[in-house]
Write a new protein. Sequence first.
Length: 357
Amino acid sequence: MRYLQRGLTHRDPGRATPGFTLFTPLRNSTAYIVNMAGDIVHQWDLPGRPSNYAYLLPNGNLLIALCSDDSPHDMARGGIMRELDWDGNIISEYIDPYQHHDFRRCANGNLMYLGWHLLPEEHAARVRGGMPGSEHEMGIWGDYIREVNPAGETVWQWNGWEHMEIEKYPLPPQSHRHEFAHPNTLVALEDGSALICFRHISLIAIVDRATGELAWSRQDLSWGGPHDVQFLDNGHMMIFANGDGRRPRGSRVIEFDHQSGDTIWHYQGNPSHTFDSFFISGCQRLWSGNTLICEGIWGRIFEVTPEGDIVWEYINPFTGRQEAPGPSIGDVSFVFRACRYAPDGPEIQGRLNGKLG
């Protein structure tokens, strides 16, 4: 089985997109960059476990969230958001123990991120669906988006429970009631608004900065708890549709016109169950037109052409032990997301010349 292999398993030099791939194994405390040969060419040794992932800023620094011991909830908890230079020195830090999942550096230099907040009782009473009696011991968590400036001052905050029609989005029967909606992706848009993805209700939406209302939204239950929604350079959207385990099994990466809803392109396994990650995971449209996919549960990072041909594949070789009940126990190789960067791009800045592999 492919996921039982480790390291570089396939490469088509004529069709793969040259670059360097960054990933952070979820049960380890190191962020790695590998080249096209699957060799580690740079790494950041971290003082703690990453909450989910890291990415490179245009200045070449690493932006990452680390797990805080003060977090009230264990699901993708973060809390310590740091910018590190190439040598691991701390450039900036902002701490909010309630931060989870995603965090983005805005074009204006601010930091935007997702955070938890216990739903007020009158809002918690409006949550429908889910498994009866499965609420968190503290209640039902809701979520906010917060933007802070470099001085750590809050300049904008969106409280989801104040603007969403909670009754309109019942939780699926198999979902716990720890948290309503469960956002896992946040994108800071150029106009200051935010694009957000809610896993539990398979909803993506654009939050209007001025009004707080959902200026645009789309719900598609067939996505089965999606991740990593994003705008592409061509104006379309792309999303990792995990699939919720119902038949047929399998995940998909879907590019679609967000105005018409029409599917422009998609990738799935053949047979479908050969590409299947029911949680975490992500995707990236590369400058060549190919797509980099992170099949998170297996730690599998691979590149496909528009025709769906696999032209590069790498399996995370760094496993970590997970004992607590969850999607799996034992030695796991989970990877939340992965990103590839061009050798001559601003993120790499020529630091890895001669190491492309």
